[in-house]
Ligand binder design. Structure first.
Ligand SMILES: Nc1ncnc2c1ncn2[C@@H]1O[C@H](COP(=O)(O)OP(=O)(O)O)[C@@H](O)[C@H]1O
Ligand SMILES: [Mg+2]
Length: 267
């Protein structure tokens, strides 16, 4: 597609959002992976995610979660649980073990980020996040479709390709009766517009998908953006014909209208 260039550098688009004083508060703390960076992040946050900077589809992701702290004569020694997006294993170890394991698991030829883990709201006890499809057919961004993706049991990611179940936004939010679904939906819409405005103008985009999250307390978070989003299977499953057709027709309109332009490359 010549409409736009592919953007997959997670650190880069986070930095673009961090320049905006309002949007920065929705971006989880993210640093480049190094052993000291991981140690520091584990001191600060109860859960961290280690992710390849430019992968997608939930590939190569590790979650480290603090599980307990046994207090002895010489102070506490926390232990951690490790889980992976790409295999079923679970490991529990002390900090040294975590570092060894992560260094062993990651691909030395790739850059990784370490990110504050968000305590995702759940549906039937399983975490979910939100996929929002954004289009800019003319001067403005519009929300063409959105849905919730519920992680498969024992899975740490909510990618559709990794077995997530899809629900409408309402189904997922209404089940969390302590949250105000109407209020959240409005805030989410505003936030998605603002984020698309900022990222869209920086990277010269007209189509993008945002992975957003609601935590258990009802705070909204930006997880990532996709400039070549998969949507067909996912959006077909929620059985909202009007939404699906709107997505397809807006997308086709954009592709037809802008296919001959030369998008700026800002990576
Ligand atoms: N910081 C985080 N806190 C909680 N869950 C996360 C976090 N980062 C990623 N995830 C989970 O992992 C999934 C995949 O992460 P994402 O950054 O979107 O990578 P990918 O490009 O592989 O899709 C997210 O949709 C979400 O379910
Ligand atoms: Mg994603």
């Amino acid at each position: 597609m010549a409409v736009q260039k592919y953007v997959s550098n997670k650190m880069k688009y986070n930095k673009v959002l961090l320049k905006d004083p309002w949007l920065s508060s929705y971006v989880p703390k993210t640093v480049w992976f190094s052993i000291t960076a991981l140690e520091d992040m584990l001191k600060t946050y109860p859960v961290v995610f280690i992710k390849p900077n430019s992968n997608h589809r939930g590939n190569g992701i590790i979650r480290v979660k603090k599980v307990s702290q046994q207090w002895g004569l010489f102070g506490g020694k926390p232990s951690y649980e490790l889980r992976y997006s790409y295999k079923d294993e679970v490991k529990t170890c002390y900090l040294n073990g975590v570092i060894n394991e992560v260094v062993n698991e990651i691909n030395p030829n790739k850059k990784y980020i370490v990110q504050q883990g968000i305590d995702l709201a759940t549906f039937d006890g399983l975490p979910f996040d939100l996929r929002i499809l954004m289009h800019k057919p003319g001067k403005r961004w519009q929300i063409s479709g959105w849905l919730a993706r519920v992680a498969q049991k024992e899975q740490i990611v909510t990618n559709h390709i990794r077995g997530a179940k899809v629900l409408t936004l309402g189904q997922a939010l209404n089940k969390n009766t302590h949250l105000n679904a109407v209020d959240l939906t409005m805030k989410l819409g505003d936030l998605a517009q603002q984020i698309s405005q900022v990222l869209g103008s920086y990277f010269d985009l007209r189509i993008l998908a945002l992975d957003m999250a609601v935590d258990k307390k009802g705070n909204l978070w930006f997880i990532e953006m996709n400039s070549d989003p998969m949507f067909r299977k996912m959006f077909k499953k929620i059985n909202n014909k009007e939404m699906y057709e709107n997505i397809l027709s807006t997308r086709n309109y954009i592709i037809k209208k802008y296919k001959h332009r030369r998008p700026k490359r800002r990576l």
